[in-house]
Write a protein that binds this ligand. Structure first.
Ligand SMILES: [Zn+2]
Ligand SMILES: [Zn+2]
Length: 446
């Protein structure tokens, strides 16, 4: 059994993983990354990345032998896992398996390219077991920062892989099922050959905080605000959007959305049953006429993207809303490296007009929480699953090395740490074949 990452191993972004067995390949995820300035609003359908060149892993290795590709699985709907599929699918021309929310996001993307009827999207339910070529796949619910994140158990005659995809341990996510340790403890009985695992936060000690901690922090801040409140974050975090809608209801404010990617996400969440019926969103065209203490707006552009709603609010040229002295702008997000200048310029513009800003580093309160596991979570999962080999992915070299170190300390006998284009021979006789194929990136047309 082979593992061959073409993207996402040695970098954060553009995940494209291949599993090989018995002359067949299975693709897991097909995402994008952005050139500087990074625009990680991992929800943008179109727009909000106007200044960024959109890149994908070079798929030549697999598109040249697409007859041996038996299926594509998408683990969740973040752009770094799904974003390149609409544009690259014709090079693979094979069925796509994913769960209903991710399928909804995918169909919306495909329809913008006129491909909605061409791509066979097979909807899979959480907990399902499906044979795709020589691979037997089992979908396991996990927690992350978007609806329906899934880990996969991929079984073959040669060995079994536990592919975590993006995850954290969240005992009280705002939407979706809570993290259940029993499911993962049971994996130890399945003799897992290799655990292919998210390394994003492997340099951080302890445990990640829950979405509910973030809800409480945001509620505390909004309660104390006297003027309008604008919150900007990552639109794909539907749990965060639901939190803000609840906070609006609780604090006597109307909620409005500024930005197409937010409308799209809430639309997809409604279509798939993730948006609670009782939470209302008012038409954004009304928000400018409401008393300032009754306004809570979610706006796109937390990374300083020049044409997004937040930038227009900072420049005082948004057609639907003008902010004033005493209003508050909350960044419920992190600063993605490379975006420091854009964000600080945005903050300066608000502050120059006496509009208050609140970023994560300004407060002890968790106004943003990450969707990825810290070292404490990695350690626990390795101890529960007890794989023979740890394969760190979804990170730069330092993150991969840190993840491998946690695995070793947790008693995983072997760690294979490599990069895009390296072949990980998982069974029999595990070893790394560096530079098996050329790894590269290609630009996608907008
Ligand atoms: Zn990811
Ligand atoms: Zn993700």
């Amino acid at each position: 059994m082979w593992f061959l990452p073409l993207g996402g191993t040695g970098e954060i972004g553009m995940n494209l993983n291949l599993y090989g067995h018995a002359g067949q390949w299975l693709m897991v995820d097909c995402g994008v990354t952005f050139n500087s300035p990074l625009s990680p609003d991992y929800n943008s359908v179109v727009g909000s990345t106007q200044n960024a060149e959109i890149l994908a892993a070079d798929p030549a290795f697999i598109s040249q032998q697409k007859d041996n590709l038996c299926g594509i699985v998408i683990t969740h709907a973040h752009e770094d896992h799904i974003g390149a599929l609409p544009q690259l699918w014709q090079r693979f021309n094979c069925p796509v398996y994913t769960t209903p929310f991710t399928a909804e996001i995918l169909r919306r993307k495909l329809s913008t390219l006129g491909l909605a009827d061409k791509v066979p999207v097979i909807e899979v339910q959480t907990g399902a077991t499906i044979n795709i070529g020589p691979f037997c796949l089992h979908w396991l619910a996990i927690t992350h920062s978007i609806p329906e994140p899934h880990a996969l158990v991929i079984k073959t005659a040669a060995g079994t892989v536990f592919h975590t995809a993006d995850w954290k341990m969240d005992a009280s996510p705002i939407t979706g099922r809570a993290f259940k340790s029993a499911v993962f403890k049971r994996l130890a009985q399945h003799n897992i050959t290799a655990m292919v695992c998210d390394s994003t936060n492997a340099l951080r000690e302890g445990f990640s905080l829950s979405e509910t901690d973030c809800y409480n922090a945001l509620l505390h801040v909004v309660k104390a605000a006297t003027g309008r409140v604008v919150v900007s974050g990552f639109s794909s975090n539907v749990g965060r959007l639901i939190s803000l809608a609840r906070i609006a209801a609780k604090t006597g404010r109307y909620l409005a959305l500024l930005g197409r990617s937010l409308d799209n996400m809430v639309g997809a969440a409604r279509a798939t049953g993730y948006w609670p019926d009782e939470l209302t969103v008012v038409d954004a065209s009304h928000i400018g006429y409401l008393p300032k203490e009754e306004v809570l707006v979610i706006a796109t552009g937390s990374q300083g993207e020049p044409r997004a709603a937040l930038s227009r609010l900072a420049d005082d040229n948004h057609p639907l809303l003008l902010l004033e002295q005493g209003d508050l702008v909350i960044f419920s997000s992190i600063i993605i490296p490379g975006n420091e200048m854009l964000i600080s310029r945005l903050v300066e513009k608000f502050n120059a007009r006496n509009i208050q800003t609140l970023q994560s580093h300004d407060t002890e309160l968790p106004i943003h929480v990450s969707g990825h596991p810290n070292r404490g979570e990695l350690d626990l999962l390795y101890r529960w699953v007890q794989p023979q080999i740890a394969v760190p992915v979804h990170g730069e070299a330092a993150h991969l090395a840190a993840n491998a170190e946690v695995a070793k300390a947790a008693g995983v006998p072997q760690q294979l740490t490599g990069l895009n284009g390296d072949l990980f021979v998982l069974a029999p006789a595990p070893r790394l074949w560096p530079g098996f194929t050329k790894a590269g990136r290609i630009a996608l047309a907008r």
